[in-house]
Design a protein around this ligand. Structure first.
Ligand SMILES: Nc1ncnc2c1ncn2[C@@H]1O[C@H](COP(=O)(O)OP(=O)(O)OP(=O)(O)O)[C@@H](O)[C@H]1O
Ligand SMILES: [Mg+2]
Length: 256
């Protein structure tokens, strides 16, 4: 049984059909890629699966549970984590607090604990701090834990965002252009981190990327989306050599 399944998903923004008859099956532990020209509908697919929009038609199933139409926080707590195409970090908050904040969806100590500082609360707070710190270590920024996030270089901010997405312990992680805007050094580091996170946490990853090196090196299966429709799906070699993909996308605008 796939970890995540999408059947015949279609979405309209008013009169614009942004996604048409989209199917997806992600196996546990798989790394998948989604490529396609600007405006093809890639981010919309992420937004539909993660609950930001409800699809006009279609069905989304995570493990054995239908999640179509659930709220983003419900879908996140069922095991789907994500990062955004444009960084969304809080301006004046330090690195460690970013990751701690994401843990609070799991807290169980309740209102009395919050007021009176019960032992359970103290214990949970300490656990959250430890777990957050471990995630920062995993993505290589634990030495920056007390820094204000917006003062950091871009590559480090992207890592903090990744650690935050991991704080809810996702079974599957969606990354929307994780290397966009990075210099070559940051790019190489981010690819290493994605590999490391995948190996350590044994999660599935679904990746939108314009940089072909990243997609081809990391992904086992890649879909190509054009005008909201999948025109090809296959392993990196199949995608690289597919005439329709070359014509619609690879031949035009990207570094291969
Ligand atoms: N909230 C919205 N309301 C109306 N139209 C939208 C909305 N979000 C996206 N669109 C439109 O849907 C289409 C797909 O957009 P989307 O952002 O999913 O593309 P994309 O493949 O992620 O592109 P890029 O590579 O530039 O990030 C575009 O025509 C876009 O203008
Ligand atoms: Mg996008």
């Amino acid at each position: 049984m796939p970890l995540l399944r999408v059947d015949s998903m279609t979405h309209y923004f008013g009169g614009l059909r942004a996604v048409h008859n989209y199917d997806l099956a992600i196996e546990p532990g798989q790394i998948r890629g989604l490529i396609g020209p600007n405006g093809a509908g890639k981010t919309t697919i992420f937004n539909l699966i993660t609950g930001r929009y409800t699809p006009t038609e279609g069905k989304i199933v995570l493990e054995d549970r239908e999640i179509t139409g659930l709220q983003p926080h419900q879908i996140a707590s069922l095991g789907l984590g994500r990062t955004f195409q444009n960084l969304r970090l809080w301006r004046h908050m330090n690195v460690l607090d970013h990751v701690k904040m994401a843990h609070y969806s799991k807290i169980t100590y309740g209102l009395m604990g919050a007021f009176f500082g019960t032992p359970k609360r103290t214990r949970e707070e300490a656990e959250i701090e430890d777990e957050s710190y471990s995630l920062l270590e995993l993505v290589g920024v634990s030495h920056l834990a007390d820094q204000i996030v917006t003062n950091l270089p871009y590559g480090a901010q992207r890592r903090v965002e990744l650690a935050r997405a991991l704080a809810t312990q996702p079974k599957i992680l969606f990354l929307d252009e994780p290397t966009a805007g990075m210099n070559p050094e940051e790019l190489a580091q981010m690819m290493e981190i994605i590999r490391h996170v995948h190996a350590e946490l044994e999660l599935a990853i679904f990746l939108i990327e314009h940089r072909m090196k990243v997609v081809m090196d990391l992904c086992q299966v890649i879909q190509t989306l054009v005008f909201g429709e999948v025109i090809a799906e296959g392993n990196p070699d199949e995608i690289r050599n597919n005439p329709m993909v070359i014509d619609a996308y690879l031949g035009k605008e990207v570094e291969v």
